[in-house]
Design a protein around this ligand. Structure first.
Ligand SMILES: Cc1cc2nc3c(=O)[nH]c(=O)nc-3n(C[C@H](O)[C@H](O)[C@H](O)COP(=O)(O)OP(=O)(O)OC[C@H]3O[C@@H](n4cnc5c(N)ncnc54)[C@H](O)[C@@H]3O)c2cc1C
Length: 483
C-alpha cells in the first residue's frame, strides 16, 4: 500500500487525507500542535466550561464546498442556521442587517434595497456557479461563465472607487464594507471585493452557518474518516526539514502533502532553483490580533437585531471601515478599528455554562505586530453595546506576533496564507494550472497559500489529492471516492 504523509491537520490537510485514504493510501497526518484541526480548533481558552474557537468560527464556505458536500459534512456536524448572516451596527442604535432572506435585507436598507438586490441576487441564486469559479485556480474556463461574468463585473465595481457610488445611504454602504473588509487588504481593492462578494452571496444562499459545539466538530468528523480507514494523526510533531522526514519513496508512489507554509518546501534538497525563487518571492500579508472573552451574559447591544446575529462587523460607516483597513496597509492600527466579532452563544448553549457566553473578536494589524487588541476591541464593542465591559469575566488575547507559535503556517500572524491581492490570487504560490503540484516528485502543496485561498472549505486539499492521484495514473472524481 502506498503511503501518504500529510504535514498539518488543518481543513485542507484533513480533506486531502480523507480523499487519499479513500483512494487506498496509508495516510499519516503529522501535526505540530498538541491538538488536531489547525484552523478548526475549539478550546477552553479563558475559564473552565467556556469553549472558544481558536481560529475559524463561521462556515459558509464549508457548507458549499464540493468536497465537504461529497463527504456528507451536513450529516456529520450539527449546523446552526441563523436567520441573520451578519449584522453591522451603526451609531445611534441603528444597524444594517444581512438576513439570509435577501428580500428582507433589501426591505431594511430603504433607498438602497433595489441596489442590494441587483448586486447580490444574481450571485446568491447561482451560488454553485460562484463557488465553481472561486473554488479553483483562475486560469481556466468557468463552469458557469454567465455567473462568473456577473461576479467579475460586481468585483470591478466594489473593488474600485466606483464602490463609493453604488449605494445612496450609509446602511447598505456600511454593510457591504464590513463583508469586503474580511480580506485584510487595502480598500477598495479587487481581491477584497472578490472575497467580500463571495461571502455576501453565501449570506443570502445557504447563509452563514456554524457548528454546534464549535469548529472542532468539523475536524473531528474528518479525522474519524481517516482513522476508520486505518490512517493515523500524530500531534506534537513539528516538521522543520523535509530531508530529515521519512515519508517513503516517491519512486514507489508514496506522497508528501504539505498543509503548511510553502516555505517548508524550501527544505527539500531536490528543489529546483527557479521554484525556490518563486516560493521565496511569495509575499505574506498583514496579521490578525484576536481576543476571546468569557462573559457573564449576552452582549447588551443597543440594537435588538444585532443581539440575534452570530456574526457582527464593527467599525461604523464605510468611510471608517475603509480608513481602518487602509491604516493597516500603511503600517498602523486605527484607534477605532474594524472588528470581526462572533457570538456563538446566541444559539449554541454548549459553549458556556448556563446564562454565560463566549465572544470571539479580532482586528487586522500590520504583520508581526505585538499589539494587544483587547482595549481597542472592548472600546468598539462598548460603542455599540454600552455596558459590555461589565459583562467580562475573563479574556485571552493573542497578538499577531504570537500566531506563528500556535500555527507555523501563519507567517507574521497572516491567517490568509499569503498576501491577498490580484497578483497573488493568480500566483498562489506559483502561476500554474496545477499550483498544488511541486516540481519535486511526490510532493504537493495544500493550504491557503494555494487556490482557492483562505477559508474553511477543504478545496485546496481536494485539488492537491486529485492532482496527486492523476499523477499516479489513478485519476479519481469526488463521486469515485465518496459514492
Ligand atoms: C482567528 C482566525 C479566524 C478565522 N475565522 C474563519 C472563519 O470564521 N471562517 C472561515 O472559513 N475561515 C476562518 N479563518 C481562516 C481559516 O481558519 C483558514 O483559512 C483555514 O484554517 C486554512 O486551512 P488550512 O488547512 O490550509 O491550514 P490551517 O488551518 O492553518 O492548518 C495548518 C496546520 O498545519 C500545522 N502545521 C503548520 N506547519 C507545520 C509544520 N511545519 N509541521 C507540522 N505541522 C504544521 C499547523 O499547526 C496547523 O494545524 C480564520 C482563521 C483565523 C486564524
Amino acid at each position: 500500500m502506498a503511503r501518504a504523509t500529510v504535514i498539518g491537520s488543518g481543513p485542507n490537510g484533513l480533506a486531502a487525507g480523507v480523499a487519499l485514504g479513500r483512494a487506498g493510501y496509508d495516510v499519516r497526518v503529522l501535526e505540530s500542535a498538541s491538538t488536531i484541526g489547525g484552523g478548526l480548533r475549539t478550546q477552553e481558552l479563558t475559564l473552565p466550561g467556556f469553549r472558544h474557537d481558536v481560529c475559524s468560527a463561521v462556515h459558509p464556505a464549508a457548507r458549499s464546498s464540493p468536497i465537504f458536500r461529497a463527504f456528507g459534512l451536513d450529516d456529520r456536524v450539527d449546523w446552526i442556521h441563523p436567520d441573520i448572516s451578519y449584522a453591522h451596527p451603526l451609531d445611534g442604535g441603528r444597524a444594517a442587517i444581512a438576513w439570509r432572506d435577501i428580500e428582507r435585507t433589501a426591505a431594511g436598507l430603504g433607498v438602497d434595497g433595489d441596489a442590494w438586490l441587483t448586486r447580490l441576487r444574481p450571485l446568491s441564486t447561482h451560488i454553485d456557479g460562484v463557488v465553481d469559479f472561486t473554488g479553483n485556480q483562475l486560469l481556466r474556463v468557468p463552469g458557469d461563465p454567465i455567473t462568473a461574468a456577473r461576479y467579475a463585473i460586481r468585483m470591478l465595481e466594489q473593488g474600485t472607487p466606483l464602490a463609493s457610488s453604488a449605494f445612496l445611504g450609509d446602511a447598505a454602504a456600511a454593510l457591504m464594507s464590513g463583508v469586503v473588509a474580511h480580506a485584510n487588504a487595502p480598500l477598495p481593492s479587487l481581491a477584497a471585493a472578490a472575497a467580500g462578494l463571495l461571502l455576501a452571496a453565501h449570506g443570502h444562499a445557504g447563509g452563514w452557518a456554524y457548528p454546534r459545539g464549535g469548529a472542532q466538530t468539523i475536524a473531528d468528523a474528518l479525522v474519524a474518516d481517516i482513522e476508520v480507514r486505518g490512517g493515523t494523526v500524530e500531534t506534537d510533531v513539528h516538521v522543520t526539514d523535509l530531508d530529515a522526514l521519512d515519508w517513503g519513496d516517491p519512486g514507489r508512489g508514496d506522497l508528501l502533502v504539505l498543509n503548511t507554509s510553502p516555505r517548508l518546501a524550501l527544505t527539500h534538497s531536490d528543489i529546483p532553483a527557479g521554484y525556490a525563487r518563486t516560493l521565496t518571492r511569495y509575499r505574506y500579508g498583514p496579521g490578525v490580533a484576536k481576543v476571546d472573552f468569557a462573559l457573564d451574559g449576552p452582549v447588551p447591544w443597543a440594537n435588538a437585531d444585532v443581539a440575534t446575529a452570530p456574526t457582527v462587523h464593527l467599525g461604523g460607516t464605510r468611510a471608517e471601515v475603509w480608513a481602518s483597513e487602509n491604516a493597516v496597509a500603511a503600517g498602523r492600527v486605527s484607534d477605532r478599528p474594524y472588528v470581526l466579532l462572533v457570538q456563538p452563544s446566541v444559539f449554541d448553549s454548549t459553549r458556556a455554562p448556563a446564562g454565560n457566553a463566549v465572544l470571539w473578536a479580532y482586528i487586522h494589524v500590520p504583520a508581526g505586530s505585538d499589539l494587544d487588541p483587547t482595549e481597542r476591541i472592548t472600546a468598539q464593542i462598548e460603542r455599540f453595546a454600552p455596558g459590555f465591559r461589565d459583562r467580562i469575566l475573563a479574556h485571552h488575547a493573542v497578538p499577531a506576533s504570537a500566531r506563528e507559535a500556535i500555527n507555523p503556517a501563519e507567517i507574521g500572524g497572516d491567517i490568509s496564507g499569503g498576501l491577498f491581492d490580484i497578483r497573488q490570487a493568480l500566483r498562489r504560490p506559483a502561476l500554474s494550472p496545477t499550483p498544488w503540484r511541486t516540481p519535486m516528485q511526490g510532493v504537493y502543496l495544500t493550504s491557503g497559500s494555494t487556490p482557492p485561498g483562505p477559508g474553511v472549505h477543504g478545496m485546496a486539499g481536494w485539488h492537491a489529492a486529485r492532482t496527486a492521484l492523476a499523477d499516479a495514473g489513478t485519476p479519481a472524481t469526488l463521486a469515485d471516492l465518496f459514492g
